[in-house]
Design a protein around this ligand. Structure first.
Ligand SMILES: *[C@@H]1O[C@H](CO)[C@@H](O)[C@H](O)[C@H]1NC(C)=O
Ligand SMILES: *[C@@H]1O[C@H](CO)[C@@H](O)[C@H](O)[C@H]1NC(C)=O
Ligand SMILES: *[C@@H]1O[C@H](CO)[C@@H](O)[C@H](O)[C@H]1NC(C)=O
Ligand SMILES: *[C@@H]1O[C@H](CO)[C@@H](O)[C@H](O)[C@H]1NC(C)=O
Ligand SMILES: *[C@@H]1O[C@H](CO)[C@@H](O)[C@H](O)[C@H]1NC(C)=O
Ligand SMILES: *[C@@H]1O[C@H](CO)[C@@H](O)[C@H](O)[C@H]1NC(C)=O
Ligand SMILES: *[C@@H]1O[C@H](CO)[C@@H](O)[C@H](O)[C@H]1NC(C)=O
Ligand SMILES: *[C@@H]1O[C@H](CO)[C@@H](O)[C@H](O)[C@H]1NC(C)=O
Ligand SMILES: *[C@@H]1O[C@H](CO)[C@@H](O)[C@H](O)[C@H]1NC(C)=O
Ligand SMILES: *[C@@H]1O[C@H](CO)[C@@H](O)[C@H](O)[C@H]1NC(C)=O
Length: 787
């Protein structure tokens, strides 16, 4: 179904809420190059190799259904470009995660028929059915994925919010009955029990399973419902490992399986008349019930219309990405593709499970797959805030609702379960930032209650929520190494990184307290915001630099962890979330020493002043100590602004893009972590770097001649224009800036620019200038700058 222009305008108007259809039509004809299709510049395969774990399949923005062909190796996000076999097509995924694979429940597997139509000559088992594919056949677009399997079957998929739609095209020479079966397995092979049934008349396959989350505790039930269209039913039945039969029509797998084998394959199949060329399979999914899974499919895709569903999905994506427009004159397709693909990936998660939450009744939105906030609070939510503040509002509301019903804000959450906390309680940062950026419809009094609870109440299991060591935190002013903490349990590692994160979380709480008029609380938390300094040892040295965060025991004496330890230069992988994970999480003390976004002036002072700071930060980037593939390294790319050298931030951004962020399948330096890497490159190319938790954007020249961002609520346009734009990126140094025609010397700007619109005109040149270098030009800091 191709939409006519007027239908399209109406669809867009509906999606945009109360916007008048005419306005949208006018906007698109006025401001868009009519031959430009943003989807041509989105490549979902970026980051699908070399551990990027990006989900490459079909999804709607923040949709629950995420369908793709699943690889047999490195399949955290389903499909991996560097894997050579496929184990099936599944309907739900997470994107860019580390650790183990996520979701991938109830995969469909098509085959052209069993030899001699003998059911027992087909291969069902997960371990043996994997099949090769043609690399050249892969087509990945927003809302669509296609692959040709070595069995001669083409598998294509598209989605709505809770339904995956597949079109399987079988080889035309087939004389056997093509089969599609659904396996009760999931990608991490976490199923404990499950059941699948098939209806002999309709071929409908339904089922339920209990699974475990991929980075958290507990379990969840998921339900599915497969309906077929396009071919006559030949027969139906069930299979268990490599055996199958037409009777019975239901199969169960037991909790802990007969042989304790969670990789035990079992499920139901439907075969189609020999010669059938094409079958549409519609898979509704639901966390509520089988009936809900079926009704999701029936209501969202009543007609089994593959092309229409795909077109609708792609229309939704075009509209979603249209809050940003760029003048790409002179800029390569490579850079445009990095830009738009990053923006696209920021819209994959968190996932909107509103109406699908069996855990509690609520009228609030419910989003899941905050995977994890420790990763997403540094760039993803800032980008969503810029381009889609309504979604950000719904997400913050859902965080607060999770607090209401679970008792704590999450730091990580997936598949209805609590995920592991990696550092601080960084939802506090998101909540304060939402307040400062006028995110609407939030219950601020409950939000405040939630962040105060993080700061004051230690949960029994602080490995999954809240913070640990709160008694020490309050009494000693740091999280001691080898803490004595009988009040709760969690991994007693990361004392350094938790200290700086807790200090920053408390800073954000202080700012919210102040905004809400709670001055006593402000005084208390702003004091705690200085706690980072209690772990700062001026006597620790490394590579010629003095003064680093350092291990500190409850009795106040210093211990020792080499500041290089867990940097890209020394024992890089020794600081994970395991019992001997050491004192800095996924990074070195070199890295964490820079994490004082609340008080960069004091940090600069502690590190020996402006020149020493700039020298150290430059060395950090150029020595190979910094690994830009983990999110804590994003802010240090831009912290030159605080030392009065904004030009060096621009220089570093260009050093990493495209050398570390590019369009190859391995074109991101680390796990995408639900779009974090993509958000880094897109925000960098827009030219404003948001400091998480603050109403501060550090100004850099965009990678384009002009970028417009239309605010999702006010409709106002913020234009960032690059005068003297040099597409070779030699002249990347700001000479002067005007805001709405007036000279702007601050090297940062606040959110009112995006909310109220305006023009930021940046003039660039070949060398650094005086712009943004004086103390009065620098971003806010708790203490005053002393230079
Ligand atoms: C419109 O976009 C197309 C594709 O990006 C490009 O080739 C063409 O030059 C653009 N036209 C104008 C007038 O900018
Ligand atoms: C497809 O390409 C990837 C990446 O180059 C490679 O690892 C894989 O082996 C190829 N698969 C096939 C079937 O050629
Ligand atoms: C999908 O869900 C979003 C909310 O996340 C909603 O705005 C949108 O209308 C839904 N799309 C369709 C086609 O139902
Ligand atoms: C599987 O077992 C769990 C308890 O272990 C139960 O909560 C769940 O409902 C069961 N699921 C199915 C599909 O039987
Ligand atoms: C199979 O589906 C048909 C059509 O919906 C329905 O009438 C019948 O009751 C179903 N059979 C079973 C066993 O549920
Ligand atoms: C940005 O918006 C302004 C005002 O509507 C418009 O004149 C300009 O062409 C737009 N630029 C881009 C790159 O879309
Ligand atoms: C640093 O070393 C000097 C000289 O040994 C000592 O006096 C000082 O107390 C040390 N500082 C800290 C914070 O331990
Ligand atoms: C402080 O505690 C550490 C670690 O338990 C210990 O090695 C050190 O001797 C203690 N120092 C003092 C002065 O008690
Ligand atoms: C693209 O990025 C990857 C990952 O960061 C990097 O390894 C590779 O060298 C880059 N490729 C180019 C051509 O710069
Ligand atoms: C937030 O909204 C208020 C009033 O609606 C306005 O005065 C203020 O400038 C806005 N703040 C930002 C950061 O846009």
């Amino acid at each position: 179904m191709k939409l006519s222009p007027s239908t399209l305008a109406a669809v867009l108007a509906t999606l945009a809420g109360n916007t008048d259809a005419r306005t949208l039509t006018q906007q698109s004809s006025n401001t868009k190059n009519l031959t430009f299709d943003v989807l041509d510049y989105v490549d979902p395969l970026i980051g699908t190799a070399n551990g990027g774990h990006v989900f490459a399949g079909a999804t709607l923005p923040f949709g629950m259904a995420k369908a793709v062909a699943d690889s047999t190796a490195d399949q955290q996000g389903g499909f991996a470009s560097d894997s050579s076999t496929i184990s099936g097509f599944s309907h739900m995924h997470d994107s860019g995660t580390g650790g183990s694979a996520s979701l991938g429940n109830f995969p469909l597997f098509p085959n052209p028929g069993c030899p001699d139509n003998d059911l027992n000559l087909c291969t069902y088992r997960y371990q043996s059915r994997a099949i090769g594919f043609s690399n050249e056949s892969i087509i990945a677009q927003p809302g669509y994925f296609s692959i040709d399997l070595d069995s001669g079957i083409k598998g294509e998929t598209t989605v709505t919010n809770h339904t995956a739609l597949y079109r399987f095209t079988f080889p035309s020479s087939g004389t056997t009955a093509p089969m599609i079966f659904a396996d009760l397995i999931d990608l991490p092979q976490s199923r404990t029990n499950g059941t699948a049934s098939v209806n002999a008349t309709t071929g409908r396959i339904t089922g339920t399973g209990t699974f475990s989350p991929s980075f958290g505790i507990g379990n969840y039930d998921l339900h599915f419902c497969v309906d077929f269209s396009g071919a006559d039913i030949y027969d139906t039945g069930v299979f268990v490992n490599d055996r199958a039969g037409n009777e019975p029509k239901t199969v169960r797998t037991l909790d802990d399986g007969v042989d304790n084998d969670e990789s035990y394959s079992a499920g139901a199949f439907t075969r189609f008349s020999p010669g059938s060329l094409s079958v549409i399979a519609r898979v509704g999914v639901s966390f509520i019930s089988v009936d809900k899974a079926c009704s999701n499919g029936e209501t969202e895709i009543p007609e089994f219309n593959f092309e229409g569903t795909k077109d609708a999905a792609q229309t939704i994506w075009r509209e979603k990405l249209s809050s940003v427009s760029i003048d790409a004159t002179g800029v390569s397709d490579e850079f445009q593709t990095i830009f738009w693909s990053g923006l696209y990936r920021a819209h994959i998660s968190p996932q909107d499970y509103t109406g699908e939450n069996p855990l509690w009744d609520s009228i609030e939105p419910y989003y899941d797959s905050y995977y994890c906030i420790w990763d997403s609070f540094r760039a993803i939510h800032q980008l969503i805030t810029l381009v889609d503040p309504l979604s950000q509002s719904r997400m913050v509301r859902s965080l607060i609702d999770i607090y209401r019903h679970e008792g704590f804000l999450p730091d990580c959450r997936m598949s209805l379960c609590k995920g592991y906390t990696q550092g601080g309680s960084n939802a506090d940062v998101l909540i304060t930032e939402a307040y400062l950026k006028n995110i609407t419809d939030i219950d601020w009094s409950t939000a405040y209650e939630a962040v105060i609870k993080d700061a004051e109440v230690e949960p029994t299991n602080w490995g999954i929520e809240g913070r640990g060591g709160l008694t020490s935190w309050k009494n000693l002013g740091y999280i001691p190494t080898d803490d004595f903490d009988p009040y709760g349990q969690g991994p007693l590692t990361r004392s350094i990184s938790r200290t700086v994160e807790y200090a920053y979380d408390d800073y954000c709480i202080a700012i919210l307290a102040k905004a809400l008029g709670k001055t006593d609380d402000y005084d208390k938390y702003i004091q705690r915001a200085t706690n980072w300094y209690n772990m700062f040892d001026p006597n620790t040295t490394s590579l010629g630099y003095a003064g680093f965060l350092q291990v500190r025991y409850p009795n106040g004496t210093w211990g020792y962890q080499d500041p290089q330890f867990c940097s890209a230069l020394l024992d890089f992988t020794s600081c994970y979330l395991n019992p001997d994970g050491h004192e800095t999480y996924e990074g070195s003390t070199w890295l964490y020493t820079f994490y004082v976004p609340q008080d960069m002036a004091s940090l600069i002072d502690a590190l020996g002043g402006q020149e020493a700071f700039i020298d150290r930060l430059t060395f950090f980037h150029e020595s190979g100590l910094l690994y830009v593939g983990d999110e804590q390294s994003f802010l240090p790319v831009y912290q030159f602004h605080y030392g009065g050298r904004p030009g060096l931030s621009a220089k570093q951004a260009h050093a990493y893009i495209p050398s570390q962020f590019n369009t190859s399948v391995s074109g991101i330096p680390g796990n995408d972590d639900s779009g974090a890497m993509g958000s880094f490159s897109t925000l960098s190319m827009i030219g404003v770097w948001p400091v998480p938790g603050q109403d501060v954007y550090l100004i850099n020249p965009p990678f384009f001649k002009e970028v417009n961002i239309t605010h999702g609520i006010t409709g106002k346009i913020a234009t960032i224009r690059n005068v003297n734009f040099d597409p070779t990126y030699t002249d990347i140094y700001i000479q002067k800036v005007t805001r709405d025609g007036k000279t702007w010397t601050n090297n940062w700007i606040d959110h009112s620019f995006f909310e109220n619109g305006g023009v930021l005109e940046i003039t660039t040149g070949a060398t650094e200038s005086d712009w943004g270098t004086s103390v009065k030009d620098l971003p806010p800091s708790l203490a005053s700058y002393k230079f």
